[in-house]
Design a protein around this ligand. Structure first.
Ligand SMILES: [Zn+2]
Length: 133
């Protein structure tokens, strides 16, 4: 996850980022398990290194990745932790966000939670919004 503040270009999405952060904090409070945010906004270098789309909602601070803090909950350690993962998905939907189940990522299982439907940043670009270079 980027360590510095988001670049200026992300300010094009500031109202959405503000709303997203509010809803995401409610997701985290709704889930009755301690969570880690393993990724939030990503600069271009990080995005390339991760093989992430250049117009991923992570690029503008509108996606984050959540995982149960307790590594014993990670999937290959046993199905009894499935409720923690399912709780993240249900809480994201309840807050009007879009969860994507990435539990099967062997090195970094997570639930990706984004603000808008797929293509949200692409539509922003067409409407003249900037994304960080
Ligand atoms: Zn993600």
């Amino acid at each position: 996850m980027s360590q510095g503040p988001p670049p200026v270009a992300i300010r094009a999405y500031w109202p959405e980022v503000y709303d997203f952060a509010f809803r995401a904090s409610r997701v985290i409070r709704r889930v009755p398990f301690p969570l880690t945010i393993s990724s939030w906004w990503r600069d271009a270098r990080e995005s390339r290194a991760l093989g992430s789309s250049s117009t991923s909602q992570h690029r503008v601070g509108l996606a984050l990745d959540l995982q149960p803090r307790e590594r014993a909950a990670w999937p290959w350690r046993g199905a009894r932790f499935a409720p923690a993962w399912e709780a993240i998905i249900a809480a994201a939907r309840a807050e009007g966000l879009v969860p994507v189940d990435e539990r099967n990522k062997p090195n970094a299982p997570h639930i990706h939670v984004q603000y808008g439907p797929a293509g949200y940043v692409d539509r922003g670009l067409k409407a003249g919004k900037l994304i960080p270079v």
